[in-house]
Design a protein around this ligand. Structure first.
Ligand SMILES: Cc1cc2nc3c(=O)[nH]c(=O)nc-3n(C[C@H](O)[C@H](O)[C@H](O)COP(=O)(O)OP(=O)(O)OC[C@H]3O[C@@H](n4cnc5c(N)ncnc54)[C@H](O)[C@@H]3O)c2cc1C
Length: 380
């Protein structure tokens, strides 16, 4: 059987896999992009808070704060039409139970050199509950518009990038300088073999399942089934608030959609798995989902009951009574984290080379504006 040959096989059709594919086409390379679902960009790349991280969110991880700020300018320039620059972004410190305080937060912002202006009066905020409120500069991107944009870019490169949808890796072996990969089409259960000199694993929550199929080491992950709630508000539609640092919440425009995304450290995460493969007690009830191949939580018949009432109850404490928040819907996905960041809550993007010859890279993405990190690591 003649095997199809590629320079790179990229597994995972989220924003990191797609960006890597587009970057490699600029080098004249031929790429095969493999996605297990029927559609691209249905998981973390759209189910997220859309925060264009500027560093504020990581007072316990200066490294993550710095990496956020480093990538922000380029991401902003490249995605300008999908970014909401038109709202006021506030960070606040809760008076009760915060892991930081006003003085510490101000010192941190000064240290990484980001805007942080104390505000003592505002018609919509409840200062009985807030130790401090700061006007900051932080924007949000529109994940849905960005997903459309990247799908269009992929189509334009269809001569160099072959996209195999609803396909999974069944087996992989290193043979000399190449990987031989056996693919299974989930449409008709047929198999196909392909060859590539280099492989990029960009499957996020699926990272270790792919690592294991290629016989390389695991990365130490934990996983959470997470809910982002979406609300509207006549009063605060152009305001974003993030309360630091502990089991609090964030409410901010979901890009240009007109909706606000709402999350809560206490209520967004429904189930947690400390296994390297995401292992949850709901999986036995969905035949399409298991630790090695998770499905799309958002479309799952046994996804968790929404916690939106608790999230709304919590965030309302920080606003005055005249602010109305009206629930619209929720989206669910698996959020994966490096176990090493359990304490400092950092979200670095780590790209590991897990096999040298042939090369195998694993991208573990901490945040979206770090799509460019692949350029620093890839060997051409
Ligand atoms: C609740 C939440 C809030 C977040 N908030 C923010 C934020 O405000 N700002 C920010 O910058 N970042 C945020 N993030 C992080 C950000 O969303 C992720 O870092 C980023 O989306 C990861 O992109 P990705 O392409 O690696 O993963 P994904 O978008 O998950 O894409 C991975 C793809 O791989 C596919 N796949 C999985 N397994 C296989 C397999 N075996 N074979 C083939 N394909 C497979 C999946 O189907 C999927 O399409 C948040 C994440 C979550 C979950």
């Amino acid at each position: 059987m003649v095997k199809e040959e590629y320079d790179f096989v990229i597994i995972g059709g989220g924003i990191f896999g797609i960006y890597a594919a587009l970057f490699l086409t600029k080098k004249g390379l031929r790429i095969c992009l493999i996605e297990k679902e029927k559609q691209l960009l249905k998981k973390a790349s759209i189910v997220n808070q859309a925060r264009l991280h500027s560093g504020y969110h990581y007072p316990r991880s200066v490294a993550t704060a710095r990496m956020s700020d480093d990538n922000k300018a380029r991401f902003t320039k490249d995605h300008e039409q999908f970014i909401n620059f038109r709202f006021e972004k506030f960070y606040a410190i809760d008076r009760f139970g915060s892991l930081t305080d006003a003085a510490q937060f101000e010192r941190f912002c000064e240290f990484i050199d980001i805007r942080c202006e104390p505000i003592s009066k505002h018609p919509y905020f409840n200062f009985h509950r807030l130790e401090a409120l700061y006007q900051t500069t932080e924007y949000t991107f529109d994940p849905i518009l960005i997903a459309h944009y990247y799908k269009e870019q992929l189509l334009k490169q269809s001569r160099q990038i072959e996209v195999k949808m609803y396909t999974q890796v069944a087996e992989a072996t290193a043979q000399g300088k190449h990987w031989t990969i056996r693919l299974k089409s989930l449409n008709d259960e047929t198999f196909q073999e392909i060859r590539a000199s280099q492989v990029i694993n960009a499957t996020y929550a699926g990272s270790n399942s792919i690592n294991q199929l290629f016989g390389v080491r695991d990365i130490n992950l934990m996983h959470e089934i997470s809910e982002m709630a979406f609300v509207s508000s006549p009063q605060v539609q152009n305001i974003g608030l993030t309360v630091m640092d502990g089991p609090f919440g964030s409410l901010m425009p979901y890009g240009l959609s007109g909706l606000l995304s709402l999350s809560s450290v206490a209520y967004t995460h429904h189930k947690v798995s400390y296994e390297n493969l995401p292992t949850f007690d709901c999986q036995p009830q969905n035949p399409d989902c298991n630790p090695a191949f998770t499905s799309v939580c958002n479309a799952c018949p046994v996804k968790p009951q929404s916690n939106y009432r608790k999230m709304l109850g919590q965030i309302k404490h920080y606003f005055t009574d005249e602010v109305e928040l009206n629930y619209f819907t929720s989206m669910f996905t698996i959020k994966s984290k490096l176990k090493a960041n359990y304490i400092d809550d950092g979200r670095p993007t780590e790209i590991s080379i897990l096999n040298e010859n042939p090369l195998f890279y694993c991208i573990f993405a901490g945040k979206i504006n770090s799509i460019y990190e692949i350029e620093k690591v890839i060997r051409l």
